[in-house]
Design a binder for this molecule. Structure first.
Ligand SMILES: Nc1ncnc2c1ncn2[C@@H]1O[C@H](COP(=O)(O)OP(=O)(O)O)[C@@H](O)[C@H]1O
Ligand SMILES: O=P(O)(O)OC[C@H]1O[C@](O)(COP(=O)(O)O)[C@@H](O)[C@@H]1O
Ligand SMILES: [Mg+2]
Length: 442
């Protein structure tokens, strides 16, 4: 993707004229290895060859606005009303982000009101307006100890006009959308509607995905918790497969289009012998196909463990009648059960009748509370989102990029998908750890 500096500038509603509660704390701060000044920018690229290849002066290199508190803010905190909505699939840490936003807005900015919309964008429609809840410190006190989201979530389409009517009705100045690629597409439709009506409402996104499939962000919040959960299931089938004759352990993990959860969970305890992900197509048959390779492994070791991402090998499954969910996401075929059946048939046919242990942890990896690492990440993203919103940034997402918190235009987060690069070092680590072939070609 070609990136120009101007594509990376975020939108601002106007000049920041109100004193920020952080003004004094910021007065003497300068950029350091651990802090980026609000007037400084963070480089997108981090290798000498790419930077040289850009062929532009340093101040024209693609760079991102630093996140964090400003000395002045756009909205008058005392009269500011804020809305929060969580949309899409669950992800560990949603409650931590809600809590962080509410605490920051209450304890530092002392804003007028914070409203939570129930069940995703549905909560902004006319039908559900009366279900809006007011959020305060009491409402969010312990919520980080629980998985899910106290606000609820949903998939499915809503009318931007109706949603903006709700924002106007409540006098919302800043809306925080915690969600994935679909939610950010929805948020962009909201800002378009807000613009067309000439309204002064900021929309700030906090990217959420256990799949880690959003670009321009280091690993997304909740991802680490999710893959840590997944490792438990791999460990279980490993033990089971070891105890059985011709033991075959298969774990299917979430990851529609990106195999990050499968790769990290497999690397974590290094029990997996094969990792199958959407980014690396494979064939079943032939001397180099998955069936023959697994057979070979069982012959040599007496057992085998496969970790498969749910979006892997979709090209091998019947596409007829493939439907979409309420948000328009394609419903996938079940590659886990397909592999279970094919491996059972094949190993039986070659005289190695297997004992198959198949686990599909499904929602069990994403419905838990965030671990300590993710909780820290969530609260820092929450703070960054609040500062961005109060400073009048809109159509903007807060992300961590190369360990710095920055702002990016919302359109970039939906511009493409973050995927495991078959030529990158993560996949190389998987190949090194498993010993599986680089490709399963016919
Ligand atoms: N292209 C789109 N335009 C407008 N709204 C969208 C779009 N895609 C998704 N949404 C809305 O965003 C919400 C969450 O989207 P979804 O794809 O389910 O989850 P996620 O945000 O986690 O990717 C849903 O209410 C959905 O209708
Ligand atoms: O929640 P649903 O509708 O069952 O969808 C499951 C999907 O949600 C995810 O957990 C995350 O997807 P989103 O980020 O789009 O919400 C996928 O890994 C999984 O395929
Ligand atoms: Mg999505």
């Amino acid at each position: 993707m070609t990136l120009e500096l101007d594509d990376l500038r975020v939108r601002t509603l106007g000049e920041c004229r109100y004193d920020s509660p952080f003004a004094e704390m910021l007065a003497s701060k300068r950029t350091s290895p651990h802090y980026v000044h609000e007037d400084d920018r963070v480089l997108v690229d981090d290798t000498v060859s790419v930077l040289l290849g850009r062929g532009v002066p340093i101040d024209r290199l693609p760079s991102l606005e630093a996140a964090g508190p400003r000395r002045k803010v756009y909205f008058d905190p005392a009269t500011t009303n804020v809305g929060i909505v969580t949309c899409g699939g669950l992800c560990p840490g949603l409650n931590d982000v809600i809590r962080g936003i509410v605490q920051e807005l209450t304890e530092h900015y002392h804003v007028a009101h914070i409203y939570g919309f129930r069940n995703g964008y549905a909560g902004l429609t006319e039908q559900h307006r009366e279900r809006v809840v007011e959020l305060d410190l009491h409402a969010v006190r312990d919520i980080n100890n629980d998985g899910g989201t106290i606000l609820g979530s949903s998939r499915g389409d809503q009318d931007p006009g109706e949603m903006v009517d709700t924002l106007v009705g409540l006098g919302i100045d800043v809306l925080f959308v915690i969600g994935g690629d679909g939610s950010m597409r929805g948020a962009m439709k909201l800002t378009k509607e807000i613009d067309s009506r000439g309204l002064d409402i900021a929309v700030v996104g906090v990217p959420k995905t256990i799949d880690n499939d959003l670009p321009f962000t280091d690993q997304s919040f909740g991802f680490q918790t999710a893959f840590a959960q997944a490792t438990e299931f791999i460990a279980s089938v490993f033990v089971e497969s070891q105890a059985a004759e011709n033991g075959v352990g298969i774990v299917k993990l979430m990851g529609r289009h990106s195999g990050f959860i499968a790769c990290y969970a497999a690397l974590s305890n290094n029990d997996a012998d094969f990792v199958l992900i959407p980014e690396v197509p494979f064939v079943l048959d032939g001397p180099n196909g998955v069936l023959a390779r697994v057979e070979d492994h069982v012959r040599r070791h007496g057992q085998v463990v496969l970790v498969v991402a749910e979006g892997a090998g979709q090209e091998l499954l019947e596409e007829e009648g493939r439907t979409t969910d309420a948000s328009g996401n394609t419903k996938l075929g079940d590659i886990g059960l397909f592999l279970k059946q094919k491996l059972t048939e094949h190993l039986t046919a070659v005289g190695l009748p297997p004992t198959v242990r198949y686990l599909d942890p499904s929602y069990a990896i994403r419905s838990v509370a965030a671990n300590a690492y993710d909780s820290v990440y969530c609260v820092r993203l929450a703070h960054a989102a609040v500062h961005a919103g109060m400073a009048g940034r809109t159509d903007t997402v807060v992300v961590r990029w190369r360990r710095r918190f920055v702002h990016i235009p919302m359109s970039l987060i939906t511009s493409h998908r973050n995927q495991v690069d078959p030529d990158g070092d993560l996949w190389m680590s998987v190949l090194e750890a498993t010993g599986q072939p680089a490709s399963f070609s016919a």
